[in-house]
Ligand binder design. Structure first.
Ligand SMILES: [Zn+2]
Length: 191
């Protein structure tokens, strides 16, 4: 079974404070031009997206330089929605290549220690169902400096709790890009 983990991209999508608003304009219509096409204007970090090292690390890898392998892996969801504090290393249990945090909108963020712990576990990527993993950029810096990529604004993570699945969230190959919108999804392993 496939679970879609992506937000719908539209002009109404909420963007991170200070980021550009999305514009989707008709370029051509079947009625006038014989074919239908839109143009898109948006930041690289709009909707469900992935951050790569160059987003925070001077000289870090850009999105076109990251191996596709970073965006695909065995996933696990950790439910942090009931925590009344930030995520600590002891909350990170189980084994996965890509660790996803389900907050259900709770004000729960990844601490710098947890980011270091995730780097030590040797994971490829982390993800969260919020616009950002941290309040400042400290967890971002730790993860990106170690080439752990960060998925933000995922949805439907509650459907993956306790499940074994493969996560896939592949970006556009934007030359010198700092990130990209992704179509993220999970393929649940049937037992
Ligand atoms: Zn981002």
């Amino acid at each position: 079974m496939i679970i879609d983990l992506s937000m719908e991209l539209s002009e109404n999508i909420l963007v991170y404070p200070g980021d550009p608003k999305v514009e989707i304009k008709a370029w051509s219509t079947i009625e006038k031009d014989g074919y239908y096409m839109n143009t898109l204007f948006m930041g690289e970090h709009t909707g469900t997206h992935v951050d790569v090292p160059a987003h925070f690390i001077e000289g870090g890898k850009t999105i076109d330089e990251m191996p596709l392998d970073k965006f695909i892996g065995e996933g696990a969801v950790i439910d942090v929605s009931k925590l009344d504090r930030d995520i600590l290393p002891e909350d990170i249990t189980g084994k996965a290549e890509i660790v996803l945090f389900y907050t259900n909108g709770a004000e729960v963020y990844l601490s710098e220690e947890s980011a270091k712990h995730l780097v030590n576990l040797g994971i490829k990527a982390i993800g969260i169902d919020r616009p950002s993993i941290d309040r400042d950029s400290r967890a971002h810096r730790v993860l990106l400096a170690n080439e752990v990529v960060i998925f933000e604004n995922l949805v439907n993570l509650e459907k993956l709790i306790g499940k074994e699945f493969t996560f896939i969230g592949v970006p556009l190959k934007i030359k010198n890009g700092s990130g990209s919108p992704v179509r993220a999804f999970a393929i649940i392993k049937e037992k």
